[in-house]
Design a protein around this ligand. Sequence first.
Ligand SMILES: [Zn+2]
Length: 164
Amino acid sequence: MKCPFCNEAETKVVDSREAEESEVIRRRRECISCNERFTTYERLEKPTLLVIKKDKTRESFDRDKLMKGMMRACEKRPIAAEKIEQTMDQIEKELRNTTTGEVSSQLIGQLVMHHLQKLDEIAYVRFASVYREFRDAQQFMKELQAVIQKKPLEKAPKLTVHIE
Ligand SMILES: [Zn+2]
């Protein structure tokens, strides 16, 4: 860390302490050349989007993981890879527009289903069956019937942004 007074490249840390519940480390430094003291702060660079999982733990949003799930649902369906990519872009954009920088995994699932339903019904049912972890065939059939009858199943989940 360069000295702000004389530009000397070498400075030594004379004190280091954590502040603000350990999210910031404050260091007092002393220039080995002019002996002036100054302070530096070390902060954790937070990922811009966190996913709140079922058990309330957080992990950073993983686009590749979600993309794999969507690709699996769209397998052997007449959907261009480009279209899936575009849908993924739209989903990610909507997620990143949330003001808190945190979204629940539940909301992500709902958002994907909302978009897949417009894209391809079979892909939608496939994704929904994995996501909802249907406990029995009856529940699955009920869902399938609703799709066939074109009942609006997935309303756009409430985000802070307007969805179509
Ligand atoms: Zn100096």
